[in-house]
Design a protein around this ligand. Structure first.
Ligand SMILES: [Zn+2]
Ligand SMILES: [Zn+2]
Length: 109
């Protein structure tokens, strides 16, 4: 999962449960799931304006898009897979998915 590396330092942290769920999504959709942001080290997270408590810092979040499928249907599939945090960014056409241990969160960016 090279696409999961931090773009600035190539470090990688990927929680096994996140990997499992992303694979589940890939399997369900039978389409490639493109990861636009995976692990972020603290300095890169700062650079891209991520929040301090971002799950990207823990390898527990991924920003994804899937060519040929609407964000609305992608969101439905992500809910079925059981991602707890789901942020939808229609303007840039991607979903943020995370496996936060707390209760479910939904937002639109
Ligand atoms: Zn980095
Ligand atoms: Zn994200």
């Amino acid at each position: 999962m090279d696409e999961f590396q931090c773009p600035c330092c190539k470090k990688i942290m990927l929680h096994p449960l996140l990997l499992q769920k992303l694979k589940g999504l890939r399997y369900k959709l039978a389409k490639p799931v493109i990861i636009t942001s995976g692990y972020r080290c603290p300095s890169y997270n700062l650079e891209v304006g991520g929040v301090k408590s971002s799950y990207h810092l823990l390898g527990m979040a991924a920003d994804i898009y899937v060519p040929g499928i609407s964000l609305t249907s992608l969101l439905k599939f992500a809910e079925e897979i059981g991602f707890k945090g789901i942020g939808s960014y229609p303007e840039r056409n991607f979903l943020h998915l995370d496996i936060r241990p707390t209760r479910q969160a939904r937002w639109q960016g």
